[in-house]
Write a protein that binds this ligand. Structure first.
Ligand code: 15L
Length: 268
């Protein structure tokens, strides 16, 4: 079997579940890893990202890693530190030790969530805006992007950091009309990120070619990504229910939406 073998971390999660279904059609064999058993996959690796030995074994012999594991929403700093910050470090160390040369990192729009939502006529948000995390969660994605840069500069391990918008079967808010990444486009984009030559460390935004798109997709397109979806077919219903996006409302004034204005989660 000459298909590339990809370690999929977070395989039981939301995006992981979608990608287990969609990525094989792009020519990959997947090795699933998660903290919990992966439904329907008795051979999946059940391991914590804190378990360095299990990670080394899981990455051994793979051609690339699609790193989706971690906490996907705001949480306490302690939990984010362990799962997302230390966990991502442990994974990169396992890749370095086992000679895996390509990682696709699930970053997030929340790494730059405090970037103002573009007003009509303003240019799309480029990938090189300063990191402006809106949460500890977003901060962990900034860390992951910088870790990826370090491992490229020091060890020649390549990463595409994908600042995913909202990867769900359908957009469920007016904001998501702009940042929706359809699952099929997600698989196209991850396939591109796994296979494009010479990526070094490249940061891309991850969305479909939405009519209401707010960010610059050119770095993804330069790797070969071609979106086939547009959220606009969902627009009428969502706007009828919630109205047009209104950047004068605090929770709609920034890219990260309500993540920017939600109260922080402190340990208790
Ligand atoms: C994310 O990073 C979250 O993982 C996801 O659940 C969504 O909230 C998404 O961002 C979003 O911004 O819509």
């Amino acid at each position: 079997d000459r298909r590339p073998l990809v370690l999929l971390t977070g395989a039981a999660g939301g995006v992981g579940t979608l990608m287990r279904e969609l990525l094989p059609a792009h020519g990959y064999r997947l090795r699933s890893l998660d903290l919990v058993p992966v439904p329907g996959e008795p051979d999946a690796v059940v391991a914590d990202l804190a378990d360095r030995d299990a990670l080394r074994e899981a990455v051994r012999g793979t051609d690339a890693i699609l790193h989706l594991a971690g906490i996907s929403l705001e949480s306490t700093f302690e939990k984010i530190l362990r799962a997302n910050i230390e966990g991502t470090y442990h994974l990169y160390e396992a890749a370095r030790e086992e000679g895996v040369r390509r990682i696709v990192f699930a970053s997030s729009n929340h790494a730059v969530g405090v970037t103002p939502w573009p007003r009509p006529g303003e240019p799309p948000i480029p990938v090189d805006v300063p990191h402006r995390p809106d949460t500890f969660y977003g901060l962990s994605k900034c860390f992951g992007e910088d870790l990826a840069q370090l491992y490229w500069d020091k060890y020649g391990i390549e990463t595409v950091s994908v600042r995913i918008g909202s990867c769900f079967p359908k957009p469920t808010s007016v904001r998501m009309l702009s940042v929706w990444l359809s699952p099929e486009d997600g698989a196209r984009l991850f396939h591109t990120a796994l296979s494009a030559p010479g990526v070094g460390h490249t940061v891309v935004y991850g969305s479909s070619a939405n009519t209401r798109n707010v960010w610059d997709l050119s770095t993804a397109e330069a790797l070969g990504y071609v979106s086939a979806d547009d959220s606009e077919r969902f627009a009428a219903d969502l706007i009828a229910a919630d109205g047009e996006l209104d950047p004068s409302r605090p929770e709609q004034a920034h890219l990260g939406g309500h993540f920017v204005t939600d109260p922080p989660i402190w340990p208790h």
